[in-house]
Design a protein around this ligand. Structure first.
Ligand SMILES: [Zn+2]
Length: 473
């Protein structure tokens, strides 16, 4: 296939990342994303209001929705939603943890911070907010990230409220659950200097790494979202939403660029990414009359005292590189250890006789192997690893048995280590010596098979072979 020259196509691309912060909601004390299926719910129904911006005219995207005469049903549970989510009470004091995390992210991304955090109302047209607007505030601007293809500018870092989660929708109505509404959200937007589809993936994954490095963001499906804005020479701008996985970014962009090159005329639009890496029309691109001031929230000064509280964390990438060098681990193992938040130094001190790579692979690879091989989603505890590592450290079991022992634990069994106990080297040597004497005509491989069968995995293969070679002449 011919390689596409993105520069020649006039490819312009920027990315917007939305990441949920691990904390209570932004303007009330309700917990985030708590939804107890047994708790009784309240439902309220509302019609979309005509949201007029300060300039007076109705946003084109809002008009598109309004024409459908849609109404919205909101489901709220008292544990996770109060009067603020229902838009019956004004916002309470801002969540300071969330504010500090957003400042931290802006600083890591080399942004200039604002002097005052001023919340604005951004018109929301799909009903995903009970008030018809989303609160958003600029935190930092004019930052940048270094990438393999040069600097990419970070135009803005904002702190926002998460929208309500859509449960279902038809032509006339949409249902939303309020447990997600108001969760603090960081929005990072780059300029359009991303050079090609692979580069977009690189920028997205770097920004994700920065966010995770704070240790303050939510993890798991749906807690981070990427929107990609792109255009080519002669085309209007397209916004792609709903990427399920960073790995799909290049393919989806490639397909979108192909689609744009085939179109003659085209209006700016928002499109949804489909699982087959293609996209479908979602709505017209919202106009610029979407923001107006939020008068219920006082501006917050970024004081020296506030800034003094904010420290810049060591990035995950930096930590992994350090681990890699210090313990001579491969980069995959080092990254996975950092990702799973393991205190590796501690393990290395506790089990000093074991090679770092052996400890790392037991902590990282074996759980993954058990998950894929036996389809067991068991969450190993520190004590499970200690049990196996300590036995290895004392030479009680051969290292080949770690997988089997941890599999037993994952299946809910309490493994009996005697079953795996390493055979004493002297005993093994005596056994092999006798075996060779009695079977002089057999090849070394045949003898090896007999040894391994006899000891059923409780000897190290390499040790048995070494002894065999000594006696098999
Ligand atoms: Zn609340």
């Amino acid at each position: 296939m011919e390689k596409v020259n993105y520069e020649k196509l006039g490819f312009k691309c920027g990315i917007e990342i939305h990441q949920q912060i691990e904390s209570h909601k932004l303007f009330c004390k309700c917990p985030s994303l708590v939804n107890d299926p047994n708790e009784e719910k309240i439902t309220i129904q509302r019609y979309l209001r005509a949201p007029a911006g300060e300039t007076g005219h109705i946003d084109i995207a809002a008009l598109h929705e309004l024409k459908k005469g849609k109404y919205f049903v909101y489901e709220a549970k008292p544990t996770s939603s109060c009067q603020v989510e229902l838009d019956e009470s004004p916002p309470e004091e801002i969540n300071h943890d969330a504010l500090e995390t957003s400042l931290q992210v802006a600083l890591i991304l080399n942004c200039d911070l604002v002097d005052e955090v001023i919340f604005m109302r951004k018109t929301v047209i799909d009903g995903s907010n009970t008030s018809g607007f989303q609160r958003t505030a600029l935190i930092g601007l004019n930052g940048y990230v270094n990438t393999s293809k040069g600097k990419v500018k970070v135009e803005t870092v904002c702190l926002e409220e998460e929208s309500a989660k859509k449960i279902n929708e038809d032509e006339k109505s949409a249902n939303y659950s309020l447990d997600r509404l108001g969760v603090p959200l960081i929005e990072i937007a780059t300029d359009a200097s991303i050079k090609d589809p692979e580069h977009c993936k690189e920028v997205a994954s770097y920004l994700g790494m920065v966010l995770r490095s704070t240790g303050k963001v939510k993890r798991g499906l749906g807690t981070i979202r990427q929107d990609v804005n792109l255009s080519i020479k002669g085309s209007s701008r397209v916004e792609l939403k709903g990427f399920q996985d960073l790995r799909s970014i290049p393919k989806v962009i490639e397909n979108e660029v192909k689609r744009l090159t085939r179109l003659k005329d085209h209006k700016p639009e928002v499109r949804k990414v489909e699982p087959n890496f293609m996209s479908i029309f979602l709505r017209p691109m919202p106009g610029s009359s979407r923001m107006y001031p939020e008068t219920d929230i006082k501006e917050i000064s970024i004081t020296k005292d506030l800034l003094a509280k904010i420290s810049i964390p060591e990035l995950i990438d930096e930590k992994a590189l350090k681990l890699e060098k210090e313990y001579n681990l491969n980069s995959y193992l080092a990254r996975e250890l950092i990702k799973s938040n393991v205190n590796f130094d501690l393990y290395k001190t506790k089990f000093e006789k074991l090679l770092p790579s052996l400890i790392a692979s037991i902590l990282v690879e074996i759980p993954k192997e058990i998950k894929t091989r036996f389809n067991l989603d068991y969450k190993f505890k520190e004590s499970d690893f200690d049990f196996v590592l300590s036995a290895l450290n004392h030479g009680r079991i051969p290292k080949d048995s770690a997988l089997e022992i941890l599999t037993e634990i994952a299946k809910g069994k309490r493994p009996n280590l005697d079953k795996y106990t390493s055979v004493d080297e002297k005993e093994l040597e005596n056994y092999i010596k006798e075996l060779v004497k009695k079977n002089k005509e057999l090849s070394i491989n045949a003898l090896m098979g007999m040894v391994m069968k006899h000891y059923k995995g409780s000897v190290e293969g390499s040790l048995a072979m070494k002894i065999l070679k000594k006696y098999h002449k």
